[in-house]
Design a protein around this ligand. Structure first.
Ligand code: PLP
Length: 428
């Protein structure tokens, strides 16, 4: 049990939200593999359904294993509450459903995970939620895109696929100047490296599938409520500031204060769309998160070693790793992520597309697949896979042009990782 008021990050990663099971004394959080929960009596049931009491009703809406995960991630990010979902994309859907009405728009960084570019640019159109892209390297450029139907700004703290940091504080200031919340996808950095809420972000989202779970064995996502944004001030967020007929006229922001966003996403979004996290997956992610600080440290050390080695290789045209002193993004890395530059980055081969393909196919220790943040070293050619659906211009803008190879450096021995890269480069 934690004895200090302000436990450190590594202590929180192991303990936050959890305690021995009061009934069985099981030390590890059990997988509560149940659909529903028995009510004390009819009044208790009514109070739960009316949101007058907190408690479990039905696993689509909440589950005790998931609740430990939610509390732990909220603690690691410094938020007030969190809501787990079946994937990172599901968490994003729940965030925007809470903020947007048909005809509204939001402003998103152009450099994002390819799947997110698809979700925002294509799927969200069905709801008439409209994305406007800006260049995160030029924060002021977002201002020209704001109008009275703009509801939020969205960035990745460390952008996928090319590992560039964004100036979160500058972007948060501009968003707030226009009365908008800043949503930060912190998947690639994890709160071990970057804590966006401390730099002015209002909501953090994660694909827990990646470094947070860390072992490539389960899908999960989460949103974290920063608890600081005033959802009532502008009248632009009716789901939070207007009476809800299905809850007897309850006004969520008034009733739940600094956890209102997480509550709204749960009782109006998760309840009705249903992208619930399976408690088994929550258990696997919780187990993985216990070693998050150790893994991230090793991921970062190995990545810097690999980036330095690649930079000096005669067949390598360029390396994009913010951890290198010479990298144009290095100053932002030092400011926002002093413990390291993460483990996902890109580089280009002098001989272009064919050499890149050849290189990827000749790697042995590295797995060629569409994922990041595993203990294993992973590699992909984004232009032909994750970023394939984008136009050539969008690919280049997203840092995923035809010559680009993306690595997710694992936690194996650095000498083995480099030996594999060396033999594959020789053949490329
Ligand atoms: C993978 C990923 C997502 C989507 O998460 P899923 O769990 O795959 O749905 C979102 N953002 C980033 C940065 C990602 O890497």
């Amino acid at each position: 049990m934690m004895t200090k008021d302000n436990p450190g990050f590594a202590t929180l990663a192991v303990h936050a939200g959890a305690q021995p099971d009061p009934t069985t004394k099981a030390r590890i959080t059990p997988i509560y593999q149940t659909t529903a929960y028995v009510f004390d009596n009819a009044d208790h049931a009514a109070a739960l359904f009316g949101l007058q009491a907190f408690g479990n009703i039905y696993t689509r809406i909440m589950n005790p294993t998931n609740a430990v995960l939610e509390e732990r991630v909220a603690a690691l990010e410094g938020g007030t509450a969190a809501l787990a979902a079946s994937s990172g994309h599901a968490a994003q859907l729940l965030v925007f459903h809470t903020l947007m009405s048909p005809g509204d728009n939001f402003i998103a960084a152009r450099r994002l995970y390819g799947g997110t570019i698809n979700q925002f640019g294509n799927a969200f159109k069905s709801f008439d939620w409209n994305v406007r892209w800006f260049d995160p390297a030029d924060p002021a450029s977002l201002e020209t895109l704001v109008d009275d139907r703009t509801k939020a700004v969205f960035v990745e703290s460390l952008a996928n696929p090319n590992g560039t940091f964004v100036d979160i504080a500058a972007i948060a200031d501009l968003a707030h100047k226009h009365g908008l919340p800043l949503i930060v996808d912190n998947t690639m950095a994890t709160p071990y490296l970057v804590r966006p809420l401390e730099h002015g972000a209002d909501i953090v989202i994660h694909s827990l599938t990646k470094f947070m779970g860390g072992h490539g064995n389960s899908m999960a996502g989460i949103l974290v409520d920063g608890g600081t944004f005033d959802w009532s001030k502008s009248g632009k967020y009716p789901m939070l500031s207007e009476p809800r007929p299905e809850y007897g006229g309850l006004v969520l922001h008034q009733t739940f204060g600094n956890i209102a966003f997480a509550i709204a996403a749960r009782v109006l979004g998760l309840r009705d769309f249903g992208p619930t996290l399976a408690p088994l997956n929550a258990f696997l992610i919780l187990t993985g998160m216990e070693t998050l600080p150790l893994r991230m440290q090793r991921h970062c050390e190995n990545s810097l070693g690999v980036a330095k080695w690649l930079k000096d290789h005669p067949k390598v045209a360029w390396v994009n790793y913010a951890g290198l002193d010479s990298d144009p993004n290095h100053a932002l890395q030092v400011r926002y992520s002093p413990k390291g530059a993460g483990a996902v980055f890109t580089f280009g081969l002098k001989d272009g597309y064919e050499a890149g393909k050849n290189f990827v196919e000749n790697l042995k220790l590295f797995s060629h697949l569409a994922n990041i943040g595993d203990t294993r070293s992973l590699v992909i050619h984004p232009a032909s896979t994750t970023h394939r659906q984008l136009s050539p211009e969008q690919q280049v803008a997203a840092g995923a042009g035809p010559d680009v190879v993306r690595l997710s450096v694992g936690i194996e021995d650095l000498s083995d990782i480099i030996a594999d890269l060396e033999q594959a480069l020789e053949q490329a």
